[in-house]
Structure formats: structure tokens, C-alpha cells
Write a protein that binds this ligand. Structure first.
Ligand SMILES: Cc1cc2nc3c(=O)[nH]c(=O)nc-3n(C[C@H](O)[C@H](O)[C@H](O)COP(=O)(O)OP(=O)(O)OC[C@H]3O[C@@H](n4cnc5c(N)ncnc54)[C@H](O)[C@@H]3O)c2cc1C
Length: 383
């Protein structure tokens, strides 16, 4: 029989099996502990490096797998099954946000220094763009980088930075031309042991507990010129371009998280008997489940379409935004309804649906809010 998804080859299936085994052994048993202490074990990250999972798309000359984007889809489809969107986020920020930025914009020296160790699981990366006063409006950021001899002196403050408390290096976006707006931002790779780099606090979140989120301060932080990433005053455009893999990651995590939540709800609804029959046999619930399953299928298809375009190097900004916004909206609807189907039990901490509901909530906010997705989609439609 023909396969439902022909893009997944034999090699992808072997990768799926390897990731699935890793998740079963090295993630699932530890999720409760990681969520409790609000960070995953570094050993799991290093193991992913050893297994080659951190650089699937990175060219082989830098220690990566040199594979296509479908391998990334496989990786995160399997990782979400471990039950920790927080761990998936921490790894995803490293592999789909920090690594691609170095891969696309880094100099040869930067790739040798940062990319090679990142792929091996020997260094952890992060991206710091958001500031307390500059979220959706990236160009209004205040962090400044001022040229001084063979360095830039960076001063400022970043907030909500995933991996920020544990990263070995952070890509920091700063204003190199105060009046330049979109054309005045430059990115720098900053080693986190640079004097003047400070993690001021680890933020407490509603969900994604296995992933740390930090507020950072930079005080007279001297960064060598050779650590400039990409073009001078080109940072804004690099950030926008690099949003593609980050938004695809959110879309994959969203339909994957929704699938698991719905499966849990279906299992529960078939067992739970009220008014003399399983609650799944009350037509309202059966129809609700059918609707949710259809919406998940639609978000998966939309994501696969965007992933296919991205994989083939086709311009796909609009399609990626549509997938991110739709899949994350649906993941929120599904986790909300799955909890509703489980009644009072669903609201109890001992049932994992509460974590899925908390974790999926942020998917409409991260990687650009869904309102910003709609704003740019509408502009793309000529509005
Ligand atoms: C868990 C988590 C992890 C994160 N990780 C990172 C990270 O690693 N690196 C990083 O740099 N950032 C990170 N962020 C920041 C994230 O990208 C921002 O939170 C997001 O871009 C929104 O910015 P904001 O929170 O300042 O909200 P604001 O921009 O203040 O928006 C507030 C509300 O106003 C709406 N709004 C804003 N402008 C418009 C408009 N023009 N039209 C209509 N509505 C609008 C928004 O949609 C939102 O609903 C993270 C955030 C969270 C919560």
C-alpha cells in the first residue's frame, strides 16, 4: 500500500525509531523531575549531540547530518511524545533558532568555533531579541552596540530569553544606528562568560517548565568585532529570515502536542461511563472529537505544505506564518476541549493534560504573536 506521507523515506523512519528510543529511555522517565526542578538534565542534551540529533540539517563538514528538513519534522514529532514541550523548546531554540543563524550568517571562523561544538552538544546557544519595552516592535529595541577600537561595547537588557540562563553563547541583537530603525540593528555572538553579561533572573512561567527563560543585562560588555554575526545593520532582516525554522518548530510542536492531548481524551472518553454509557457515546462528545481531529489534520497539512516549501528553498514566509498561527490556535482549542472532556479529573495535577494545556498556551505568543502573524499575512494579501 502507498504511504500516507511519501516524503518520509526509509532513512527518515530509521531516524524516527532512533529518536523514539532516545525519548523513551532518556526523556519520558525524567520529565516529572525536570518540570519540578524547572530544568532538564544537561546529560540529555549532550546525548542528543552524541546521537547526531542536534545538527540534522547542518552540513557534514561541521559535524552535522547534512539531511533535509523532513528529518527535523521527524525529530520534533517524536520529541513531543516525551511529554515535555519545555525540553522540546530548549532543544528547538538551540537547533532551529541559534544554530541556523550561525549556519546562514556565520563566518568560517564563527562556524568552526560555535557551530561545531553546538552540533556535538558541547555548547548551548540562545537568541536574545526581545526587550522589556520592545516585543513585537523589534525595531524599537534600546540595547546599543557602540564601536570602540576592535570591539563593540554593548549595553542593554533582554527579557524572555529561552536557554538564557544556561547558554554558553547568545546571539544578541543591538542597535548600531540609533536612528536607523529596521536598518540600524546588528547581531553579535556573545560568550556568556564575557564580563558585563549577567543573568539577572530566571523567570517563573505558566508552562514549559523544563526550559529556562531568563532576563539578561549587559553592562559595558566588550564584544570583539569578529563576533559580529552577518551584516552590519542587517540584523533585523536576518532575524526575520531566521524566524522561518522557529515558526515551523512551533507549528510542529503544536499539532504534535494537540495529537497527544486528543489521544488522551479519546482514551478517557471511551472508559469514563456516565448516564449508563461511555461519555464518547454521547453524540456531542463524539462530534466534538471528530471536529478536533479534523482541525489537527488541517494544521498538520498546512505545516507540511510550509515545511515542503521551506525544504525546497521556495519563498514561504506567508505559508509558514499561516501554519504557525493556525496550528497553535488549534493546539489551544484541542487542549482546552480535552481537559473539558476529562471533567474534574482533567483539572487535577496528576493527569498530564494540565501540562499540555499550560504548555500549548504560549504557542500563540512565541516566535511572533498570532496577531503579528495575521498582520503580516494580511499585508501579503495586499491589505
Ligand atoms: C516562553 C517564552 C519564550 C520566549 N523566548 C524568546 C527568546 O528565546 N528570544 C527572544 O528574543 N524572545 C523570546 N520570547 C519573547 C516573544 O518573542 C515575545 O513575547 C513576543 O514577540 C511578544 O512580545 P511581547 O511579549 O513584548 O508582547 P507585545 O509586543 O507587547 O504584545 C502584547 C499584545 O499586543 C499585541 N500586539 C502588538 N502589536 C500589535 C499590532 N501591531 N497589531 C495587533 N496586535 C498587536 C500582541 O499580539 C499581544 O497580544 C519568548 C517569550 C516567551 C513567553
Amino acid at each position: 500500500m502507498e504511504k500516507k506521507y511519501p516524503m518520509f523515506t526509509e532513512e527518515h523512519e530509521l531516524l524516527r525509531q532512533a529518536v523514539s528510543e532516545f525519548v523513551e529511555k532518556e526523556v519520558t522517565p525524567y520529565v516529572e523531575e525536570w518540570e519540578e526542578k524547572e530544568e532538564y538534565d544537561a546529560a540529555a542534551f549532550r546525548k542528543m549531540g552524541e546521537l547526531g540529533f542536534l545538527g540534522l540539517r547542518v552540513p557534514e563538514e561541521y559535524g552535522g547530518g547534512g539531511t533535509d528538513y523532513w528529518s527535523v519534522v521527524v525529530l520534533f514529532e517524536e520529541m513531543i511524545k516525551g511529554g515535555s514541550s519545555g525540553f522540546l523548546t530548549a532543544i528547538g531554540v538551540h537547533t532551529e533558532v541559534a544554530i541556523p543563524a550561525i549556519m546562514h550568517y556565520g563566518t568560517e571562523e564563527q562556524k568552526q568555533k560555535y557551530l561545531v561544538s553546538a552540533v556535538k552538544g558541547e555548547s548551548l546557544g540562545a537568541l536574545a531579541v526581545t526587550e522589556p519595552e520592545a516585543g513585537s516592535d523589534v525595531a524599537s529595541m534600546l540595547t546599543s552596540a557602540v564601536e570602540d577600537g576592535d570591539s563593540y561595547i554593548i549595553n542593554g537588557n533582554k527579557i524572555f530569553i529561552s536557554n538564557g540562563a544556561r547558554a554558553d553563547w547568545v546571539i544578541v541583537a543591538a542597535k548600531t544606528d540609533k536612528e536607523g530603525g529596521y536598518n540600524g540593528i546588528t547581531e553579535f555572538i556573545v560568550d556568556t562568560d564575557t564580563p558585563g553579561f549577567e543573568v539577572s533572573r530566571k523567570l517563573e512561567k505558566v508552562g514549559l517548565h523544563s526550559c529556562d527563560t531568563a532576563e539578561l543585562f549587559f553592562t559595558d560588555m566588550r564584544v570583539p568585532k569578529e563576533n559580529m554575526l552577518g551584516g552590519y545593520n542587517k540584523g533585523f532582516f536576518q532575524i526575520m529570515e531566521n524566524f522561518q525554522p522557529e515558526r515551523l518548530l512551533v507549528a510542529i510542536g503544536s499539532y504534535g502536542g494537540a495529537e497527544i492531548a486528543l489521544q488522551a481524551a479519546i482514551g478517557y472518553a471511551k472508559e469514563r461511563v456516565q448516564f449508563g454509557k461511555p461519555i464518547s457515546r454521547h453524540q456531542h462528545n463524539a462530534f466534538k472529537i471528530a471536529e478536533l481531529a479534523t482541525k489537527i489534520e488541517a494544521s498538520k497539512e498546512l505545516t507540511f505544505r510550509a515545511a515542503d516549501m521551506y525544504n525546497r528553498g521556495v519563498e514561504c514566509m506567508k505559508e509558514v506564518m499561516m501554519a504557525k498561527y493556525y496550528a497553535s490556535d488549534i493546539a489551544n482549542e484541542v487542549t482546552y476541549e480535552a481537559m473539558q472532556l476529562m471533567g474534574g479529573y482533567g483539572y487535577m495535577m496528576e493527569y498530564p493534560i494540565q501540562r499540555a494545556w499550560r504548555d500549548m498556551r504560549v504557542m500563540t505568543i512565541v516566535a511572533g504573536t498570532n496577531e503579528i502573524m495575521k498582520l503580516i499575512i494580511s499585508r501579503n494579501l495586499g491589505l
